[in-house]
Design a protein around this ligand. Structure first.
Ligand SMILES: NC(=O)C1=CN([C@@H]2O[C@H](COP(=O)(O)OP(=O)(O)OC[C@H]3O[C@@H](n4cnc5c(N)ncnc54)[C@H](O)[C@@H]3O)[C@@H](O)[C@H]2O)C=CC1
Ligand SMILES: O=C(O)[C@@H]1CCC=N1
Length: 269
């Protein structure tokens, strides 16, 4: 793949994607160029990934065939204004920001600008990412396929109508955070019973990984898989009953609603 992949913003999510892309071998470090506001970040990513770095967003925009905007939602206006006149011909802009609409990104450019709106997640770093995406009609089939190939180098991709992208932070963009909380809570429970901290994290994380693989690979309903664990009158059903009494499912649903509302708010108008 002989193209330049640019990142404006090189924080946690950009680093996860860069790490995932490089680990897959699909792109070489010399093909990736990144800018960020802090010199410290640029030094860190240069040291870690051996990619090209610059303090100039405009240089990244001028060189990139695929240009990732990996900045906070509220940073888009400034950055888009800054780079509006400096996009490489036929570049595809990829935004990863919660709530930021394709129309908003496109409004800073002359007509014909190519925009893909995505919502990735940090497990991209270890090749287990989940990204939902939607493209505007200016992006050709080949260009979209190219963007999909980049994202598939570090995980799975789901193409969706843009109207559904606001729902994605709650289910896969932000949800790793709730799963880490769950793993932490499981590990605390293990420590409470006398297991070591490190054993507890390993046992809890492997159980979560295994349960997720069961859902994906057996194709069975999660309820059926749960039923296979709950022996009549056994220990699991005691735990399940307590989680139901404590409102686990409704807490998750409420948390997801808050997440979606906040994501919409972050995008602004
Ligand atoms: N962290 C996550 O799990 C996910 C984050 N996202 C989205 O990714 C975007 C970035 O989030 P994080 O990486 O978590 O944030 P972060 O705070 O770690 O990184 C933001 C980066 O943008 C840079 N930046 C800010 N303003 C800039 C400017 N004017 N010019 C150049 N660089 C600038 C900062 O220097 C920093 O490197 C957000 O829009 C967020 O919605 C999407 C999915 C998951
Ligand atoms: O917390 C956030 O706003 C971003 C969006 C998805 C994950 N992190």
């Amino acid at each position: 793949m002989k193209q330049t992949i640019g990142f404006i913003g090189c924080g946690k999510m950009a680093q996860a994607m860069i790490g995932g892309m490089l680990n897959s071998g699909l792109v070489a470090p010399q093909q990736i160029m990144a800018s960020a506001r802090s010199e410290k970040t640029l030094e860190y990513v240069k040291g870690k990934f051996n990619i090209l770095t610059t303090e100039s967003n405009v240089s990244v925009a001028r060189e990139s065939d695929v240009l990732f905007l990996a900045i906070q939602p509220y940073g888009h206006e400034d950055v888009l204004t800054e780079i509006a006149e400096h996009l490489k011909a036929n570049a595809v802009i990829v935004t990863i920001a919660a709530g930021v609409k394709i129309e908003k990104v496109a409004s800073f450019f002359a007509s014909g600008v190519k925009v893909v709106r995505t919502m990735p997640n940090t497990p991209s770093l270890v090749g287990a990412g989940m990204t939902a995406m939607s493209a505007n009609s200016e992006v050709t089939r080949e260009e979209l396929q190219n963007v999909i190939t980049l994202f598939k180098s570090f995980g799975e991709v789901e193409l969706l109508p843009e109207s559904q992208i606001d729902a994605i932070p709650a289910i896969s963009g932000s949800s790793p955070a709730y799963v880490y909380m769950f793993i932490e809570a499981l590990a605390d429970g293990g420590v409470r019973q006398g297991l070591s901290r490190s054993q507890s994290y390993r046992l809890a994380a492997q159980a979560v990984l295994g349960a997720a693989k069961m859902v994906l690979e057996t194709g069975k309903h999660p309820g059926e898989l749960k039923d296979q664990v709950t022996s009549p009158g056994g220990a699991t059903i005691a735990a399940v009953a307590t989680l139901e009494e404590e409102g686990m499912r409704s807490a998750v649903l409420k948390a997801m609603e808050s997440c979606t509302n906040r994501a919409k708010e972050l995008g602004g108008k």
